[in-house]
Design a protein around this ligand. Structure first.
Ligand code: FPP
Length: 239
């Protein structure tokens, strides 16, 4: 299955833009909701594999602040899937010691989803295994603007001084404050865009753009991306 060699360097933090559910549905003459449903199956496998491999953090883009503009039926289907996922998977994820963090504006989510998301975070928050971060109602620029607002407030309240604001401090005001920088960013379906995902955290990330649509992204494809990462030389601006 394109096994992954254990001597190689695994990324500490993998981020994935799960793109192509719509095109997969179209290709298979199915409703778009079924493309997303198939996408959730892929997502479950990738989470399980990341946990088994001992990857420290996995961050998935599930719903952006721009996704509200889609057809209400599609938005409704995505909301249903989110609710279903956080209700039906939570026992297994908790058993696997997975720690769930939601990145994004949870407060502005519909009531049921909001409760399920808060419940997932509080129930698994002390787990010490895979850090599973799911971006929902998330935008990278909005995240940076929010950090700026919080920092400004703390300066106004005298908790920090303006001179103390450096890169590390800014990072500590992001949703990802306790996570390492992204090492490997994967976007499926051949699109080569960041789409407002983890703008600050990807400063030194390696990028991989497999051609396959997300519902067709297999463990073999995942291993291929991890193996390719292990062979790259990262210089972080040095020689
Ligand atoms: C991009 O495909 C995918 C999304 C906008 C949503 C991703 C969501 C899931 C995989 C399911 C819900 C998530 C969880 C955590 C349960 P697209 O629809 O933009 O594809 P297209 O570009 O081919 O139209």
């Amino acid at each position: 299955m394109g096994d992954i060699s254990m001597q190689q360097t695994l990324p500490r933090h993998v981020a994935i833009i799960m793109d192509g559910n719509g095109r997969w549905a179209k290709k298979n003459k199915l409703r778009v909701a079924l493309g997303h449903r198939k996408g959730v199956e892929t997502l479950r496998e990738i989470i399980r594999e990341s946990s088994d491999l001992g990857i420290e953090a996995l961050t998935l883009y599930a719903f952006s602040t721009e996704n509200w503009k889609r057809d209400p039926q599609e938005v409704g289907a995505l909301m249903d899937l989110l609710l279903e996922f956080f209700t039906s998977e939570i026992d297994e994820l908790d058993e696997k010691n997975v720690c769930i963090l939601i990145l994004g504006d949870v407060e502005a989510m519909p009531e049921k989803q909001k409760q399920a998301l808060y419940n997932a975070m509080s129930r698994t928050g002390k787990n010490t295994g895979l850090k599973l971060n799911i971006a929902i109602n998330y935008g990278g620029r909005a995240e940076i603007a929010r950090a700026a607002r919080l920092i400004a407030q703390d300066v106004a309240d005298g908790k920090i001084r303006a001179e103390e604001i450096d890169e590390k401090l800014v990072a500590s005001y992001l949703y990802t404050r306790d996570l390492p920088d992204v090492d490997l960013m994967i976007r499926t379906s051949g699109e080569m865009r960041l789409s407002n995902f983890l703008l600050y955290q990807c400063a030194y990330a390696e990028f991989d753009f497999p051609e396959v649509l997300w519902p067709d992204f297999t463990l073999a494809e995942y291993h291929k991306a991890l193996n390719a990462f292990g062979k790259r030389e990262r210089r972080f601006g040095g020689r």
